[in-house]
Design a protein around this ligand. Structure first.
Ligand SMILES: Cc1cc2nc3c(=O)[nH]c(=O)nc-3n(C[C@H](O)[C@H](O)[C@H](O)COP(=O)(O)OP(=O)(O)OC[C@H]3O[C@@H](n4cnc5c(N)ncnc54)[C@H](O)[C@@H]3O)c2cc1C
Length: 219
């Protein structure tokens, strides 16, 4: 053990999961770490709240099993026996006064089956038909997109962007898709470059995620 005077002293600003993981890594590497958190609790956007007397997650409520990183960390900190599988109830999107079930089979809200009943309910028939035409569009449509929003608007139309992709992006990345690059969703840009269709790419990413989740080595 190094004498205290030789240990680096590091302040981590922010006690959300990023700050806490960084602080842990630094402490394990031998640093003397202080976490500075402005709020009265740790956890940042990972938190619960009581709604109508029921405690629910109002931030992150699940973690990606692909890669196994989060599961490994939970194991290392001795909480593996507290992992709860989310109930398969699906997600809902609130759009002004309407709330609609999020079409189940999609990636970041990009519908994989644009003419499914759930997608038609979400987008209306004109919006769903516009999205369904996407695989027929030439590759140049959306080529100059500078953001995820530009790409989705060009390929799938404004309804798919505003009713599906924007709310999901705000929830997952805490950022408007206008501010997200097209490479934000792991694997999506590569799949899109390969397939030339955003819908086909969304299906590929969904299928690869499903394969990762059913692989017990990655659970
Ligand atoms: C509704 C919602 C649902 C989500 N669902 C999921 C999900 O299911 N799965 C998933 O993986 N991710 C999900 N996310 C994303 C995930 O919650 C975030 O990516 C993650 O929690 C961000 O952690 P962070 O530590 O980077 O930032 P934050 O959680 O934002 O933490 C930052 C911390 O820094 C503190 N801070 C900021 N500035 C200062 C300062 N100057 N001085 C001191 N303290 C400061 C803040 O008070 C806060 O505690 C969701 C996000 C939201 C909003």
């Amino acid at each position: 053990m190094e004498p205290d005077s030789l240990r680096p002293r590091i302040a981590v600003v922010g006690g959300g999961v990023s700050g806490l993981v960084a602080a842990r890594e630094l402490a394990l590497a031998g640093a003397d770490v202080v976490v500075i958190e402005g709020a009265d609790r740790l956890g940042g956007r990972i938190r619960g709240a009581a709604l109508a007397g029921v405690t629910v997650d109002i931030g992150a409520e699940s973690f990606a099993t692909r890669g196994g990183t989060v599961a490994a960390l939970i194991g290392e900190i001795g909480m593996a026996d507290q992992i709860v599988r989310p109930a398969p109830l699906g997600s809902w999107v609130i759009d002004g006064p309407r709330s609609i079930p999020l079409p189940a089979a999609g990636t970041l809200g990009i519908p994989a089956t644009p003419l499914s009943a759930a997608t038609v309910r979400a987008l209306g028939l004109p919006g769903a038909l516009r999205a369904a035409a996407e695989p027929l569009l030439p590759r140049r449509v959306g080529r100059d997109a500078e953001s995820l929003a530009d790409l989705v608007r060009a390929r799938l139309g404004s309804r798919a962007l505003h009713r599906l992709v924007r709310p999901v992006a705000l929830g997952v990345y805490s950022a408007d898709p206008d501010r997200l690059g097209v490479t934000t969703v792991p694997g999506l840009a590569d799949a899109y470059a390969r397939r030339g269709s955003l819908i086909a790419a969304a299906r590929d990413v969904r299928d690869s995620q499903a394969a990762a989740m059913s692989d017990p080595r990655r659970a």
